[in-house]
Design a protein around this ligand. Structure first.
Ligand code: GAL
Length: 676
């Protein structure tokens, strides 16, 4: 990681551009340049998949076209995010070094093809990447137009080749030191799977071991570490070549193959590619889902992130290529900014003529003119970002955090029971998230390694695995006055997936004033309910349905607020609270329907005086804020299909959007409030 930060005095606006596909058509680049300027585009990402044009034959490099394009872009006020080309390799490379081809978990080696399919361990691949990265760095290290390095593209996947097996064994040796410790950590006496030496270890496979949860978990950790190691080598090659610009790599939406937090530690900016299925269901649900991803990306480094890719109209790989309805592009783009992005970038600037993405939405389509609906909306969005310039430099401050941890997810979803038809971890996190957003609170989405100190409210949905000392952090958080909300299926296993002995949620029985005795998995068609106890301290009056999982708890100090409505555990606690130290610990026993969370969180926020950004928010409106030293900027966005009234306090002045007291579908209003 470099100490360089982007010196941004305007929002980065543009997207992926692939001029290498048009080198025989200089007229196209000329036309694109004019159109980009017209659309207020100030940045393009180049070189993501350019390897075979940059090095068409081994050791024969041709950078002339790239230098020419970057120079011309710069002369026209357009800066460049330059990618390292490792996301897709040329044919000659796989032909010369077959070891770069990935081996699947069933031990079949893949043929050359597609992208993102190379072995991250292969010394040959690393060497070829090092050579080309270093050359790129030497060529562009001093180019004023190159502002950021885009390392590879959407790292993903895994390889099970002999080189990776050896690296995995070494990784394990380093972690466990001796084989007995590994055997204990993985509980290998089960089914007589004890290892005599590290040499016997093989990565998980459908034709071998796949039910040894400790092995599966460590394999996933290894895959992340190997990817991190590969990425760091890419970055070192740039630094060795003299490049000093900051670096980023682009992440994907809810990708389960890597623990992104570990990659984030080594890059200057987190960036991500956002492709929601807009116009499919209730728009506010898609908006919340997307918002949660934005917040996750921002929370990894607790600083502004970059929206690296999004689609100006419809992506062609979704089941249906739904066009974005008029106005939605701007709304979705400004939503990213509201959640802390310093950029709006598209995939792609110009639509390709052939191959897989020829029908993927683009700023400039095959028609090639500026008189298209999409181009006009892109231009309007660019103008909005110029208008919102003063927001640059601000960041998002959150009073609430939700713990959403990838290692927890790996372990929980790999386990057998208590519900192999689906545990709904992501959905459970989303329900709490939506409720907090609906109450107009900024929310960080953090993992177990992060500090809880700055929050008033922390939510820990389905924290099955406790790691990184989370139980100690949660205890002191509550002790010092924090409000903690935890759910069923929490504190069950340690970090190698061994069950805790002596009662769960592990080590927090006194904090919650209860012990989980049993958990009931419900069939798809089954439901239970949560019934408020008369005169409960939160004044909850409504009953709610619950599904999937019902935790049966034994109280030891906690006060029940709701009870189960049916089954043999009817009348036993379903929601509890316990005062511990200066704070309160709430325990939600079952997977309740969404309105329950809205009701519960609204009551908890009111009771514990946790203030929202705005007080009364109609359904379908999303409210977010960014703050700098002087102002809080409040983004109000209408994702409903109706025009809604909106009354803002007199302390706020509107700096963007209409001032009529109402907000139309997809409209954004930004108001400003002076701090102190
Ligand atoms: C991204 C990828 C891009 C492009 C895009 C299409 O995941 O990084 O290269 O393929 O999807 O939506």
């Amino acid at each position: 990681m470099s100490q360089n930060y982007l010196n941004i005095d305007r929002f980065i606006y543009g997207g992926d551009y692939n001029p290498e596909q048009w080198l025989d058509r200089p007229d196209i680049f000329k036309q694109d340049l004019l159109l980009m300027k017209k659309a207020h585009i100030n940045t393009v990402t180049l070189g993501v998949f350019s390897w075979s044009t940059l090095e068409p034959i081994k050791d024969c490099f041709n950078f002339t076209w790239l230098i020419d394009i970057i120079d011309k872009l710069y002369d026209n006020g357009i800066q460049v995010i330059l990618a390292t080309p490792s996301g897709a390799r040329p044919r000659w490379l796989a032909e010369t070094y077959p070891e770069v081809l990935r081996v699947r978990e069933d031990r079949t080696r893949q043929l050359y093809g597609e992208r993102h399919n190379h072995c991250y361990t292969s010394p040959a691949y690393r060497e070829r990447v090092r050579i080309i990265n270093q050359k790129l760095a030497k060529t562009f290290r001093n180019h004023p137009g190159v502002i950021l390095w885009h390392i590879s593209n959407e790292y993903r996947g895994e390889c099970h080749c002999p080189l990776c097996q050896e690296a995995f064994r070494n990784w394990l040796k380093n972690k466990y030191k001796d084989i007995d410790s590994l055997n204990r950590a993985w509980w290998t006496t089960f089914w007589s799977h004890t290892y005599n030496s590290f040499h016997q270890i093989e990565s998980p496979s459908s034709i071998g071991d796949h039910g040894l949860h400790g092995l599966n978990l460590d394999w996933k950790r290894f895959v992340t570490d190997q990817t991190v190691d590969f990425m760091c080598e890419e970055i070192h090659a740039l630094r060795d070549g003299g490049a000093t610009q900051p670096v980023t790599t682009n992440f994907m939406d809810d990708y389960k193959g890597l623990n992104y937090y570990n990659l984030a530690k080594h890059i200057d900016y987190v960036s991500w590619d956002s492709y929601p299925t807009w116009n499919k269901e209730d728009e506010i649900c898609t908006a919340y889902d997307t918002a949660m991803q934005h917040d996750l990306m921002r929370s990894m480094k607790q600083k502004p992130f970059l929206l690296m890719e999004s689609c100006p109209s419809s992506p062609n790989w979704q089941t249906v290529s739904k066009l974005k309805k008029p106005g939605l592009l701007q709304s979705a783009s400004l939503q990213a900014v509201a959640h802390g992005s310093n950029s709006v970038q598209y995939f792609q600037i110009r639509q390709s003529r052939g191959s897989f993405e020829k029908f993927h939405g683009a700023v400039i389509d095959h028609y090639g003119g500026s008189d298209t609906r999409v181009f006009n909306e892109v231009t309007e969005t660019g103008a909005s970002l110029i208008e919102l310039k003063q927001v640059i430099g601000s960041k998002v401050d959150s009073s609430a955090a939700i713990i959403y941890d990838m290692e927890n997810r790996w372990a929980m979803e790999d386990s057998k029971g208590p519900r192999n038809e689906g545990l709904f971890y992501h959905e459970s996190v989303l329900k709490s998230y939506q409720a907090l957003r609906k109450a107009a609170l900024n929310v960080d989405i953090i993992n177990m390694e992060q500090s809880l100190d700055s929050y008033k409210l922390v939510v820990a949905p389905m924290l099955y695995m406790f790691r990184a000392g989370i139980e100690i952090k949660l205890r002191s958080f509550v002790e010092n006055g924090g409000i903690l909300i935890m759910t069923y299926w929490s504190g069950i296993v340690n970090e190698t997936d061994l069950c805790y002995l002596g009662g769960t949620p592990h080590s927090l029985l006194d904090v919650f004033g209860l012990r989980s005795k049993e958990i009931d998995g419900l069939y798809e068609w089954e439901e239970n309910s949560l019934i408020p106890i008369p005169e409960n301290s939160l004044q909850l009056h409504t009953s709610y349905k619950c599904k999937n999982l019902c935790d049966l708890v034994q109280l030891n100090g906690a006060t029940p607020l709701m009870n189960y409505g049916s089954d043999f555990y009817q009348g036993t606690p379903a929601l509890t609270v316990n005062q511990y130290g200066k704070g309160y610990a709430y325990y939600i026993c079952a997977d309740a329907e969404e309105p329950f969370y809205h009701d519960l969180y609204a009551k908890i926020l009111a009771k514990h005086h946790i203030h929202s950004i705005l007080n009364t928010i109609p359904d379908g409106i999303e409210v977010t804020s960014r703050t700098d030293d002087e102002y809080e900027y409040i983004f109000i966005q209408n994702f409903s299909s109706r025009t809604l009234d909106i009354v803002l306090p007199k302390t706020m002045d509107i700096i963007y959007g209409n001032k009529d007291g109402n907000i139309r579908q997809y409209e954004t209003i930004v108001s400003r409030k002076k701090l102190f």
